[in-house]
Design a protein around this ligand. Structure first.
Ligand code: NAD
Length: 314
């Protein structure tokens, strides 16, 4: 099914190499994002290899993928326990976890990198797998904020390199930002767009610019909310209520930061500040610094701008 949709490639290039359908996907990095990407690809019918360097992380990924697949199966196949079990068994049979990154890329059509957000780590990885992966294989990074062109610069396949930016939690969030650099070929771009659709995502196209679309808008918005709280304009609760009832947002900015994790938002905000040191919007927030230093990280730590009990799900 996945391949059929892919071959109906909506009028993109049909040169012989474009017809090399994506059948096998290698996901590198089995953390929060990589495990989610591997799950959705496997449940959509692709053969998936999930490669990790940390055994504990790989075990955690396996457990969380199975748990999430069961949750999806219950929803999708409400009426039939048998179909639900088949869904989980099929998806798991499509997935091969491994600790051998080099072997994982030897025979694949698409490599999606979801390792640490660090340019040196990503460069080291891509320069080591570039000579080993098949010529036709597309490389993609799930980076949130690094330049795709800069990541691709260490490879010899800059035309077969792009960004596939997923959102957390991957199985739930419908959006996939597809990023093309000036060097990404039309064929690669077409394949990434088509593949994204076959795994049930709504794709949008974005240039290789800081924060792409969502994070470029979200970063300043969340920081402005912190500044507003610091100026004493309104309480966090009232700002959240205002944005939900006045702007129709499903969550207020403080609820959203609690969900993202205040430590994660701080890393992102600090990155924006380094990029735009003269911008008032990106000046570090005292409230954020203090809360992170106190271990108030949001839902994951049980307290952020709100308090959460243990049953609160991330
Ligand atoms: P994470 O820390 O949960 O997972 C990263 C994993 O990569 C770890 O398990 C680590 O052991 C593994 N790893 C590191 N180097 C490796 C290597 N050379 N080979 C194989 N595995 C390796 O991180 P994450 O939150 O999943 O983020 C991964 C990427 O996705 C980052 O670039 C991040 O910016 C991006 N991203 C994150 C989010 C989010 O909300 N967490 C959203 C969108 C994009």
């Amino acid at each position: 099914m996945a391949q059929t949709v892919l071959m109906l490639n909506r009028g993109f290039s049909t040169s012989p190499s474009a017809m090399t359908a994506i059948k096998h996907v290698t996901v590198i990095g089995g953390g929060i994002m990589g495990s989610g990407i591997a799950q959705v690809a496997a449940q959509s019918g692709y053969q998936v290899t999930l490669a990790e360097i940390n055994e504990g992380a790989l075990q955690t990924a396996k457990v969380s993928i199975e748990t999430n697949l069961k949750r999806v199966a219950k929803k999708v196949h409400k009426e039939s326990l048998e179909e639900a079990e088949k869904f989980v068994t099929n998806a798991l049979s499509n997935l091969r976890p491994t600790m051998n990154v080099m072997e994982a890329v030897q025979s694949t059509d698409l490599v999606i990198e979801a390792v640490l957000e660090n340019i040196n780590v990503k460069h080291k990885l891509f320069s080591s797998i570039d000579p080993i992966a098949p010529e036709h294989a597309i490389f993609a990074s799930n980076t949130s904020a690094l330049s795709i062109q800069e990541i691709a610069s260490v490879t010899k396949r800059k035309d077969r390199f792009g960004g596939l930016h997923f959102f957390n939690p991957v199985p739930v969030m419908k959006l996939l930002e597809v990023i093309r650099t000036p060097e990404t070929s039309d064929e690669t771009y077409g394949k990434m767009m088509a593949w994204g659709n076959t795994i049930g995502k709504t794709t949008i196209t974005c240039k290789d610019t800081p924060g792409f679309v969502v994070n470029r808008l979200l970063g300043p918005y969340l920081n402005e909310a912190l500044k507003m709280l610091e100026r004493g304009v309104a309480t966090a609760q009232d700002i959240d209520t205002a944005m939900k009832l006045g702007a129709g947002y499903p969550m207020g900015p403080f609820e959203l930061m609690d969900y993202i994790g205040l430590d994660t938002h701080k890393i992102v905000a600090d990155g924006w500040h380094r990029k735009f040191p003269n911008s008032h919007t990106f000046r570090p927030s005292e409230i954020l610094e203090t809360m992170v230093a106190e271990g108030k990280l949001g839902v994951k730590s049980g307290e952020g701008f709100y308090k959460y009990d243990k049953s609160s799900k991330l």
